[in-house]
Design a protein around this ligand. Sequence first.
Ligand code: NAI
Length: 281
Amino acid sequence: MTQRVGVVGGGLMGSGIAEVCARSGRDVIVVEADAPAAESAQARIEKSVRRAAERGKIDDPDGVLARIRFATDLDELADRDLVIEAIVENEDAKVDLFTRLDKIVQPDAILASNTSSIPIMKLAVVTQRPQQVLGIHFFNPVPVLKLVELVPSLMTSEETTATARTFVEDGLGKQAILCQDRAGFVVNALLIPFILSAIRMYESGFASAEDIDHGLVLGAAHPQGPLALADLIGLDTTKAVAESLYEEFKEPLYAPPPLLQRMVSAGLLGRKTGRGFYTYG
Ligand code: NAI
Protein backbone atom coordinates (compact mmCIF):
# COMPACT_ATOMS: atom_id res chain seq x y z
CA MET A 1 0.00 0.00 0.00
CA THR A 2 1.19 3.48 -0.86
CA GLN A 3 2.46 4.79 2.46
CA ARG A 4 4.94 7.61 1.90
CA VAL A 5 3.37 10.47 -0.01
CA GLY A 6 4.92 13.68 -1.26
CA VAL A 7 2.84 16.72 -2.19
CA VAL A 8 4.47 19.51 -4.19
CA GLY A 9 2.67 22.83 -3.78
CA GLY A 10 0.82 23.49 -0.55
CA GLY A 11 -1.77 25.97 -1.81
CA LEU A 12 -5.51 25.46 -1.78
CA MET A 13 -5.39 21.98 -3.30
CA GLY A 14 -2.02 20.74 -2.09
CA SER A 15 -2.93 21.54 1.51
CA GLY A 16 -6.16 19.60 1.19
CA ILE A 17 -4.42 16.65 -0.45
CA ALA A 18 -1.77 16.58 2.28
CA GLU A 19 -4.48 16.73 4.92
CA VAL A 20 -6.52 13.81 3.56
CA CYS A 21 -3.38 11.72 3.11
CA ALA A 22 -2.29 12.36 6.72
CA ARG A 23 -5.82 11.76 8.02
CA SER A 24 -5.73 8.33 6.38
CA GLY A 25 -2.48 7.48 8.18
CA ARG A 26 0.02 8.29 5.42
CA ASP A 27 3.38 9.84 6.09
CA VAL A 28 3.36 13.12 4.14
CA ILE A 29 5.99 15.63 3.04
CA VAL A 30 4.78 18.91 1.53
CA VAL A 31 7.33 20.77 -0.60
CA GLU A 32 6.64 24.45 -1.18
CA ALA A 33 8.43 27.06 -3.27
CA ASP A 34 9.96 28.92 -0.32
CA ALA A 35 9.84 29.16 3.48
CA PRO A 36 6.99 31.72 3.74
CA ALA A 37 4.85 29.58 1.40
CA ALA A 38 5.67 26.48 3.46
CA GLU A 39 4.61 28.31 6.62
CA SER A 40 1.35 29.37 4.97
CA ALA A 41 0.69 25.78 3.91
CA GLN A 42 1.36 24.57 7.44
CA ALA A 43 -0.95 27.20 8.93
CA ARG A 44 -3.69 26.36 6.40
CA ILE A 45 -3.52 22.65 7.13
CA GLU A 46 -3.38 23.15 10.88
CA LYS A 47 -6.47 25.38 10.81
CA SER A 48 -8.38 22.88 8.68
CA VAL A 49 -7.39 19.89 10.83
CA ARG A 50 -8.29 21.70 14.07
CA ARG A 51 -11.65 22.71 12.61
CA ALA A 52 -12.33 19.10 11.55
CA ALA A 53 -11.45 17.95 15.07
CA GLU A 54 -13.85 20.50 16.60
CA ARG A 55 -16.57 19.08 14.39
CA GLY A 56 -15.78 15.58 15.57
CA LYS A 57 -14.42 14.42 12.21
CA ILE A 58 -10.90 13.71 13.51
CA ASP A 59 -10.09 12.03 16.82
CA ASP A 60 -6.39 12.75 16.95
CA PRO A 61 -5.55 16.11 15.31
CA ASP A 62 -2.06 16.19 16.82
CA GLY A 63 -1.33 12.77 15.36
CA VAL A 64 -2.55 13.88 11.92
CA LEU A 65 -0.41 17.04 12.03
CA ALA A 66 2.63 15.08 13.23
CA ARG A 67 2.45 12.96 10.07
CA ILE A 68 3.03 16.00 7.82
CA ARG A 69 6.46 17.54 7.33
CA PHE A 70 7.16 20.71 5.37
CA ALA A 71 10.16 21.36 3.16
CA THR A 72 11.40 23.63 0.40
CA ASP A 73 13.82 21.14 -1.18
CA LEU A 74 12.58 18.53 -3.66
CA ASP A 75 15.41 16.19 -2.60
CA GLU A 76 13.36 15.46 0.53
CA LEU A 77 11.00 13.43 -1.68
CA ALA A 78 13.58 10.78 -2.64
CA ASP A 79 11.96 7.97 -0.60
CA ARG A 80 8.32 8.62 -1.53
CA ASP A 81 6.06 5.91 -3.03
CA LEU A 82 3.85 8.54 -4.64
CA VAL A 83 4.35 12.23 -5.34
CA ILE A 84 1.31 14.37 -6.16
CA GLU A 85 2.04 17.67 -7.84
CA ALA A 86 -0.32 20.57 -7.05
CA ILE A 87 1.67 23.66 -8.05
CA VAL A 88 0.39 26.54 -10.18
CA GLU A 89 -1.49 25.61 -13.34
CA ASN A 90 1.40 26.49 -15.66
CA GLU A 91 2.69 24.01 -18.20
CA ASP A 92 6.31 25.17 -18.17
CA ALA A 93 6.43 25.08 -14.37
CA LYS A 94 4.96 21.57 -14.28
CA VAL A 95 7.22 20.26 -17.05
CA ASP A 96 10.23 21.62 -15.18
CA LEU A 97 9.01 20.05 -11.94
CA PHE A 98 8.38 16.60 -13.46
CA THR A 99 11.82 16.66 -15.10
CA ARG A 100 13.39 17.33 -11.71
CA LEU A 101 11.19 14.96 -9.71
CA ASP A 102 11.98 12.09 -12.07
CA LYS A 103 15.67 12.40 -11.21
CA ILE A 104 15.06 12.60 -7.45
CA VAL A 105 12.25 10.20 -6.57
CA GLN A 106 12.97 6.45 -6.38
CA PRO A 107 12.41 4.69 -9.73
CA ASP A 108 9.44 2.58 -8.56
CA ALA A 109 7.44 5.57 -7.41
CA ILE A 110 4.40 7.01 -9.13
CA LEU A 111 4.43 10.68 -10.17
CA ALA A 112 0.94 12.19 -10.26
CA SER A 113 -0.44 15.58 -11.20
CA ASN A 114 -3.51 17.28 -9.82
CA THR A 115 -3.68 19.47 -12.94
CA SER A 116 -7.12 20.52 -14.11
CA SER A 117 -6.20 21.03 -17.73
CA ILE A 118 -2.62 20.29 -18.74
CA PRO A 119 -2.34 17.05 -20.76
CA ILE A 120 -0.82 14.32 -18.60
CA MET A 121 1.13 13.16 -21.64
CA LYS A 122 3.13 16.41 -21.65
CA LEU A 123 4.32 15.62 -18.12
CA ALA A 124 4.83 11.90 -18.76
CA VAL A 125 7.15 12.36 -21.74
CA VAL A 126 9.70 14.46 -19.87
CA THR A 127 10.30 11.60 -17.42
CA GLN A 128 12.08 8.25 -17.79
CA ARG A 129 8.99 6.57 -16.30
CA PRO A 130 6.00 7.58 -18.44
CA GLN A 131 4.25 4.32 -17.48
CA GLN A 132 4.22 5.56 -13.85
CA VAL A 133 2.80 9.03 -14.51
CA LEU A 134 -0.90 9.81 -14.31
CA GLY A 135 -3.39 12.46 -13.27
CA ILE A 136 -4.98 12.19 -9.84
CA HIS A 137 -7.44 15.05 -9.92
CA PHE A 138 -9.02 16.01 -6.60
CA PHE A 139 -11.91 18.43 -6.06
CA ASN A 140 -12.07 21.50 -3.87
CA PRO A 141 -12.48 21.34 -0.87
CA VAL A 142 -10.44 18.14 -0.89
CA PRO A 143 -11.35 16.96 2.63
CA VAL A 144 -15.06 17.23 1.77
CA LEU A 145 -15.57 16.20 -1.84
CA LYS A 146 -15.52 12.46 -2.48
CA LEU A 147 -14.63 12.40 -6.15
CA VAL A 148 -11.20 11.82 -7.66
CA GLU A 149 -10.69 11.62 -11.42
CA LEU A 150 -7.95 9.19 -12.42
CA VAL A 151 -6.35 10.18 -15.69
CA PRO A 152 -3.97 7.71 -17.30
CA SER A 153 -2.16 8.93 -20.42
CA LEU A 154 -1.68 6.67 -23.44
CA MET A 155 1.56 5.53 -21.81
CA THR A 156 0.37 4.89 -18.25
CA SER A 157 0.51 1.20 -17.26
CA GLU A 158 -2.56 -0.60 -15.99
CA GLU A 159 -0.63 -1.40 -12.84
CA THR A 160 -0.07 2.29 -12.13
CA THR A 161 -3.74 3.09 -12.63
CA ALA A 162 -4.73 0.17 -10.40
CA THR A 163 -2.30 1.28 -7.66
CA ALA A 164 -3.66 4.82 -7.84
CA ARG A 165 -7.23 3.55 -7.63
CA THR A 166 -6.44 1.45 -4.58
CA PHE A 167 -4.73 4.44 -2.99
CA VAL A 168 -7.63 6.88 -3.49
CA GLU A 169 -10.45 4.42 -2.80
CA ASP A 170 -9.15 2.06 -0.13
CA GLY A 171 -6.50 4.43 1.20
CA LEU A 172 -8.25 7.79 1.22
CA GLY A 173 -11.88 6.62 1.16
CA LYS A 174 -12.67 8.58 -2.02
CA GLN A 175 -14.51 7.44 -5.14
CA ALA A 176 -12.57 7.30 -8.39
CA ILE A 177 -13.78 7.68 -11.94
CA LEU A 178 -11.58 6.93 -14.92
CA CYS A 179 -11.18 9.67 -17.55
CA GLN A 180 -9.38 10.09 -20.84
CA ASP A 181 -6.38 12.43 -20.95
CA ARG A 182 -8.44 15.22 -22.53
CA ALA A 183 -8.83 18.79 -21.31
CA GLY A 184 -11.45 19.02 -18.59
CA PHE A 185 -11.62 15.26 -17.99
CA VAL A 186 -15.28 14.46 -17.20
CA VAL A 187 -16.44 16.98 -14.63
CA ASN A 188 -14.91 20.23 -15.88
CA ALA A 189 -15.71 19.42 -19.51
CA LEU A 190 -19.39 19.48 -18.49
CA LEU A 191 -19.29 22.00 -15.63
CA ILE A 192 -17.25 24.83 -17.18
CA PRO A 193 -19.48 25.37 -20.25
CA PHE A 194 -22.45 25.36 -17.88
CA ILE A 195 -20.86 28.09 -15.72
CA LEU A 196 -19.88 30.06 -18.86
CA SER A 197 -23.49 29.90 -20.06
CA ALA A 198 -24.64 31.32 -16.73
CA ILE A 199 -22.08 34.15 -17.02
CA ARG A 200 -23.26 34.92 -20.57
CA MET A 201 -26.86 34.94 -19.34
CA TYR A 202 -25.97 37.37 -16.55
CA GLU A 203 -23.81 39.50 -18.87
CA SER A 204 -26.65 39.89 -21.38
CA GLY A 205 -29.01 41.13 -18.66
CA PHE A 206 -31.22 38.09 -19.06
CA ALA A 207 -31.49 37.66 -15.27
CA SER A 208 -29.75 38.77 -12.09
CA ALA A 209 -26.95 36.69 -10.52
CA GLU A 210 -29.22 35.86 -7.59
CA ASP A 211 -32.08 34.77 -9.84
CA ILE A 212 -29.84 32.62 -12.03
CA ASP A 213 -28.46 30.88 -8.95
CA HIS A 214 -31.84 30.54 -7.25
CA GLY A 215 -33.19 29.08 -10.45
CA LEU A 216 -30.69 26.26 -10.49
CA VAL A 217 -30.84 25.65 -6.74
CA LEU A 218 -34.61 25.56 -6.51
CA GLY A 219 -35.46 24.34 -9.99
CA ALA A 220 -32.75 21.78 -10.63
CA ALA A 221 -31.81 20.83 -7.05
CA HIS A 222 -28.22 22.00 -7.44
CA PRO A 223 -26.57 22.58 -4.04
CA GLN A 224 -25.44 26.03 -5.23
CA GLY A 225 -25.94 28.10 -8.35
CA PRO A 226 -23.36 28.37 -11.15
CA LEU A 227 -22.25 31.93 -10.36
CA ALA A 228 -21.75 31.18 -6.66
CA LEU A 229 -19.84 28.10 -7.72
CA ALA A 230 -17.63 30.17 -10.07
CA ASP A 231 -16.83 32.46 -7.12
CA LEU A 232 -15.89 29.41 -5.06
CA ILE A 233 -13.68 27.87 -7.76
CA GLY A 234 -12.07 31.27 -8.42
CA LEU A 235 -12.76 33.27 -11.57
CA ASP A 236 -9.10 33.09 -12.63
CA THR A 237 -9.21 29.30 -12.40
CA THR A 238 -12.56 29.19 -14.20
CA LYS A 239 -11.12 31.32 -17.01
CA ALA A 240 -7.92 29.26 -17.20
CA VAL A 241 -9.81 25.98 -17.45
CA ALA A 242 -12.17 27.47 -20.07
CA GLU A 243 -9.18 28.59 -22.12
CA SER A 244 -7.61 25.16 -22.00
CA LEU A 245 -10.90 23.54 -23.05
CA TYR A 246 -11.23 26.06 -25.89
CA GLU A 247 -7.62 25.46 -26.90
CA GLU A 248 -8.21 21.71 -27.04
CA PHE A 249 -11.64 21.50 -28.70
CA LYS A 250 -12.04 24.93 -30.42
CA GLU A 251 -15.74 24.94 -29.58
CA PRO A 252 -17.35 28.38 -28.89
CA LEU A 253 -19.13 27.01 -25.83
CA TYR A 254 -15.76 26.83 -24.06
CA ALA A 255 -14.68 30.43 -24.91
CA PRO A 256 -14.48 32.65 -21.78
CA PRO A 257 -17.03 35.47 -22.14
CA PRO A 258 -15.83 39.11 -22.00
CA LEU A 259 -17.30 39.73 -18.53
CA LEU A 260 -15.24 36.88 -17.08
CA GLN A 261 -12.11 38.26 -18.76
CA ARG A 262 -12.75 41.76 -17.35
CA MET A 263 -13.48 40.51 -13.84
CA VAL A 264 -10.22 38.57 -13.81
CA SER A 265 -8.31 41.62 -15.11
CA ALA A 266 -9.88 43.66 -12.30
CA GLY A 267 -8.80 41.13 -9.68
CA LEU A 268 -12.40 40.23 -8.87
CA LEU A 269 -11.64 36.54 -8.48
CA GLY A 270 -14.50 35.44 -6.23
CA ARG A 271 -14.35 34.35 -2.63
CA LYS A 272 -10.58 34.43 -2.36
CA THR A 273 -10.44 38.17 -3.10
CA GLY A 274 -13.72 39.02 -1.36
CA ARG A 275 -15.59 39.91 -4.55
CA GLY A 276 -16.74 38.12 -7.68
CA PHE A 277 -20.36 37.81 -8.73
CA TYR A 278 -21.09 38.32 -5.02
CA THR A 279 -19.35 40.23 -2.24
CA TYR A 280 -17.94 38.31 0.73
CA GLY A 281 -17.41 39.76 4.20
P1 NAI B 1 -2.69 27.65 -5.42
O1 NAI B 1 -2.20 28.85 -6.15
O2 NAI B 1 -3.59 27.79 -4.25
O3 NAI B 1 -1.43 26.78 -4.93
C1 NAI B 1 -0.29 26.56 -5.70
C2 NAI B 1 0.88 26.46 -4.73
O4 NAI B 1 2.00 25.94 -5.41
C3 NAI B 1 1.29 27.81 -4.12
O5 NAI B 1 1.24 27.70 -2.71
C4 NAI B 1 2.71 28.03 -4.64
O6 NAI B 1 3.55 28.65 -3.69
C5 NAI B 1 3.15 26.60 -4.91
N1 NAI B 1 4.20 26.48 -5.92
C6 NAI B 1 4.30 27.11 -7.11
N2 NAI B 1 5.39 26.68 -7.76
C7 NAI B 1 6.00 25.76 -6.98
C8 NAI B 1 7.14 24.94 -7.11
N3 NAI B 1 7.91 25.00 -8.19
N4 NAI B 1 7.46 24.09 -6.10
C9 NAI B 1 6.69 24.02 -4.99
N5 NAI B 1 5.57 24.76 -4.81
C10 NAI B 1 5.23 25.61 -5.80
O7 NAI B 1 -3.34 26.71 -6.56
P2 NAI B 1 -4.43 25.54 -6.38
O8 NAI B 1 -5.79 26.10 -6.58
O9 NAI B 1 -4.10 24.77 -5.17
O10 NAI B 1 -4.12 24.66 -7.68
C11 NAI B 1 -3.01 23.79 -7.73
C12 NAI B 1 -3.23 22.79 -8.85
O11 NAI B 1 -4.44 22.06 -8.60
C13 NAI B 1 -3.37 23.39 -10.23
O12 NAI B 1 -2.77 22.53 -11.17
C14 NAI B 1 -4.88 23.42 -10.45
O13 NAI B 1 -5.23 23.36 -11.81
C15 NAI B 1 -5.29 22.16 -9.74
N6 NAI B 1 -6.68 22.10 -9.27
C16 NAI B 1 -7.27 23.20 -8.71
C17 NAI B 1 -8.58 23.13 -8.24
C18 NAI B 1 -9.24 24.30 -7.59
O14 NAI B 1 -10.46 24.24 -7.36
N7 NAI B 1 -8.52 25.36 -7.26
C19 NAI B 1 -9.36 21.88 -8.36
C20 NAI B 1 -8.61 20.76 -8.88
C21 NAI B 1 -7.34 20.91 -9.34
